[in-house]
Design a protein around this ligand. Structure first.
Ligand code: ATP
Ligand code: MG
Ligand code: MG
Ligand code: MG
Length: 482
């Protein structure tokens, strides 16, 4: 089954169970101070759970563009190094807003996976919330009893608050959950260590695919839990992981979601995925990051120096540097992958193909700007490394990290990443001090500067309003990076 067929089958399954198929919300969130990017399918329905908005359809299903690079759910460091965490991923979901609850949610999930998708039952594990006395939360007996009718008891695992009590962020709707995990190892490996022992243990082949959340509480800003006005179901399944399981692969990157991108990157770089670990990580990082970047830009979020825009810029610079260092890509290359994505997402996220030219242009401009300073920045880092090694030290000072940021456009996390690769660390507190000092300096300076410069300094975010504005932003970029 192709990934596109898998997505359709999921949506149609729930459509046949009276769910309304709705569109993904944008990945970039504009009006929620608690969240910068959509990190789960439930975000767009938050107000239904809280009872702030009248429910249009009690049952809904969709595939949601998610990004997990900041806040409570931040997977950035894992991406590319493992084979199943992405920055941007699709979360397939079905919801009940005060309609059905645990029984239907669990039975349908099991039916879809084992009957429709024909995943082997003896490779699946399920988990239920074990409870947490410190918050007066009970063991989820109800979910356990439902599962017991479907799977042998030895395949049901008790999970703690970290894994089995889902929370969107520091505050907001939350509740106990039941998850489904799959063991993709060989029979031999399974003989050696039972899959049950590897669930929730970061094993690349024993992975979580689906989370069924039973929304019952609202976490308030003071940390306390309050009952929601009604009980709801919120499920989220990692689409790329589901494709891996159904297509019989051992890595998300071996599914047809990623192979066209890897092939194109191979053609562009003259290298081949699957030969050298260092290059493979770079391949994975790049084909992952381009999805996050392209879909953010098509959502109207340009790379910038603030907030969401800076997150996108950081992801882009990270990808460019992986290509530069490990795949010998010294010219802009990321933008060349956009056409593959635009085609792939044509039916599901048509906003990308509709703005393909713009997206390519923005990305190419941003790559070009960073490549102008990247080489010198890397040289500077080499000199710093040599200096530290002479002094038998391992910490890059805040002042130096700030110089790399300010002069060469190296986001702090990029310098930290390169430092880690070389067995070094960074004085982050020192960096923040330098940053604060510069902000003070520029506050007075900004008054005399042009309007463009003020945009950069004053913390206003940049979003796509039209081509003219885009040209202006490109100029700011150039200005900032020379
Ligand atoms: P994990 O434990 O693997 O980090 P999670 O428990 O953080 O996943 P949930 O918040 O429960 O994930 O999200 C629901 C589903 O979304 C997961 O079961 C998984 O299939 C998928 N998922 C979560 N994070 C990612 C990611 N970074 N990349 C791809 N899929 C993901
Ligand atoms: Mg996670
Ligand atoms: Mg988990
Ligand atoms: Mg989970």
């Amino acid at each position: 089954m192709t990934s596109s067929e898998i997505r359709k089958k999921f949506l149609n399954f729930f459509k046949n169970k009276q769910h309304k198929i709705v569109a993904s919300a944008p990945m970039v969130i504009k009006n929620d101070p608690t969240l910068m990017f959509t990190n789960a399918g439930m975000n767009q329905f938050k107000d239904y759970f809280l009872g702030n908005q009248e429910v249009a359809y009690p049952r809904v299903t969709d595939t949601q563009k998610c990004l997990r690079v900041s806040g409570k759910h931040n997977d950035l460091e894992e991406v590319g190094h493992d084979t199943y965490h992405h920055t941007m991923f699709e979360m397939l979901g079905n919801w009940s807003f005060g309609d059905y609850f645990k029984l239907e949610a669990i039975e349908w999930a099991w039916e879809l996976l084992t009957v429709e998708f024909k995943l082997p039952k003896d490779r699946l594990y399920v988990s239920v919330f074990e409870g947490d006395p410190s918050e007066n939360l009970a063991f989820d007996q109800e979910a356990f009893d439902i599962w017991k009718k479907l799977v042998p008891e030895e395949r049901i695992i008790n999970g703690n608050k970290k894994d089995n009590f889902w929370e969107m962020g520091e505050s907001g709707p939350c509740g106990p959950c039941s998850e489904i995990h799959i063991d993709l190892r060989s029979d031999e490996e399974i003989q050696q260590i039972p899959g049950k022992d590897l669930v929730n243990n970061d094993h690349p082949l024993v992975v979580e695919i689906w989370n069924l959340v039973f929304m019952q509480y609202n976490r308030l800003a003071d940390g306390s839990l309050k009952n929601l006005p009604a009980k709801h179901v919120d499920t989220g399944m990692g689409f790329e992981r589901l494709c891996m399981a159904i297509q019989g692969k051992k890595s998300n990157y071996d599914t047809d979601v990623f192979t066209p991108l890897l092939d194109e990157l191979g053609a562009v770089s003259g290298k081949k995925y699957g030969k050298l670990l260092k290059e493979d990580i770079a391949f994975r990082v790049i084909v992952d990051h381009i999805r996050a970047i392209a879909l953010s830009v098509s959502d109207g979020q340009l790379p910038s120096n603030n907030k969401a825009g800076y997150v996108i810029r950081r992801i882009l610079r990270r990808a460019v540097r992986y290509g530069y260092t490990f795949l010998d890509l010294k010219e802009p290359f990321l933008y060349k992958l956009v056409k593959i994505l635009a085609k792939q997402f044509e039916e599901v996220f048509p906003e990308l193909i509709a703005q393909q030219d713009l997206v390519e242009k923005v990305i190419k401009e941003e790559e070009t700007a960073f490549l102008r300073t990247l080489e010198n920045g890397l040289k500077r880092l080499e000199a710093i490394k040599a200096d530290l090694s002479r002094k038998k030290e391992t910490v890059i000072s805040g002042a130096v990290a700030f110089e790399l940021y300010d002069t060469y456009g190296f986001p702090l996390d990029l310098t930290a990443l390169i430092a880690r690769e070389n067995g070094l660390s960074i004085d982050e507190a020192g960096f923040q001090q330098e940053m604060a000092r510069q902000k003070d300096r520029s506050k007075s300076a900004a008054k005399m500067e042009t309007g463009d410069w003020e945009i950069v300094q004053e913390g206003a975010d940049v979003e796509f309003i039209g081509y003219e504005q885009l040209e202006a932003e490109a100029k700011i970029l150039r200005y900032r990076n020379v």
